[in-house]
Design a protein around this ligand. Sequence first.
Ligand code: CUA
Length: 194
Amino acid sequence: MSAVTPTTVAGGGPHSETVAVAAERRWAIIVGVIIAFLVAMMIITGLHWAAMPPSRVETIDVKTLHIKGEFIESNLGTTIGVDGKATVRLVAQQYSFVPQCIVVPAEIPVTFRATSTDAIHGFVIGTTNANTMLIPGFVATFTTTFHKTGELLMPCHEYCGTGHEAMWARVQVLPPEEFLAKARGGERLSCVPR
Ligand code: CUA
């Protein structure tokens, strides 16, 4: 009795070796095609996306944003512009958002302008597409429209330190008429109790 080798188990002889080599070659080709496809995808998306213009980069001095310019406390909150669009200005800091309660209208485009004073923060509003990172030194801007009225939670979604999980604000989406009646005075609106 000779030792049992894989070739004898598979039926023995040079034929089984040819089958095994062919199968291995077939799999090598399949894997090679998959790798070539992934590499091609990386190259194409890399070149294509690098060729896309980056979103507008706006910088801001973290050291002075509390004392002058757009993000001083009295300028935070929601305003309605002459063009009828709403703008929300807010600041994130460890571990809160200012204002803590944000009022926005439904069915009117709302532009958010926000920045951070310390670490990297971020927020998402309920299950809407309002979602951004907030990086110190940069102003994050996006525009969205809320379609449902009601109250939404706005948690910080970038780990920013030990108080991260307690960092969140509320967003009240008001019917457009109610919002416009409140905004008529031209002041910065928020739903923070005074
Ligand atoms: Cu701020 Cu996490």
